[in-house]
Design a protein around this ligand. Sequence first.
Ligand code: ADP
Length: 300
Amino acid sequence: MQQDIQVTIVGSSNVDITALMRRLPGPGETVLADSYQLSPGGKGANQALAAQLAGAATEFIGAVGRDSHAPIALAQLEEARVSTGRVARSEQPTGVAIIQVDAAAENSIAVVSGANATVDAEAVAAAGPLQGIVVLQGEIPASGITAAMDAAAGRVVLNLAPVIELDHAHLLAANPLVVNEHEAALILQQLDSSDEPTSDAEPAIAARLLEHGLASVVITLGAKGCLVAEQGAPIQQLPAVNVEAVDTTGAGDAFTGALAARLAQGDTLAQAADFAGRFAALTVQGHGAQSSYPRSLANL
Ligand code: ADP
């Protein structure tokens, strides 16, 4: 184990299999696609790459299969020197997202969790101590998330996407909870134990999440930037950088990884969110997720 890790990401890694076609097939139908590509993805792996590229020594902990997709899932992480020595090799296949995209950029996606579903409490315990800021998402089992929170020595950044059920004590231990506006509303509904989703606007949702006891919350708002909410301070809205977006895939992951990297380097939450917004804005100007992440911080 390296001693100087500043950010540890426990989460998912996938291979995205993307086929481009004129129109999506209906049930029972076969269409001929024009091309396809394999690219690394998964929220955990995306965030690990972003944290490393944003300047933090980063470790990724997760699981891949013993199949030909495993090296593809980890290739960009290894190239960027993210520490991957504790990624488990599972009997389950490497997670895949099977993505169909038509000429109007409409898509349909099937995700097979595969090895990611094995990143549970037992697997996290087997990995050992977690160093630095620990970052978690909703693409591994809830037991893996809560075990990683318990094992974290430092601050936990929780990007609960997709939103899954977590016990309230763990949910409230996030500092910050980083979610988009839809996820924020779903989490508030969980904490309220309500049958109805809230119709509140985002600043009110952020305020109500703090009332439940969260120390801090960041709500991302796409091209509108983000809200930063902390106990005892006014809620701040940080605008996004005005850029020509061509593909926002993985922008939220870039934001979360970069945010964690800057928190690890001593930024305040607002400073880290401002940097994360500028980092994410660079990524929406290129295609794909990991392939769009900036390899140099010269333009930031
Ligand atoms: P998610 O994909 O998880 O819903 P968002 O769409 O909210 O995440 O994007 C995350 C962050 O990426 C935003 O807070 C913003 O900083 C940046 N971002 C996303 N879309 C754009 C855009 N069109 N222009 C500039 N920045 C963007």
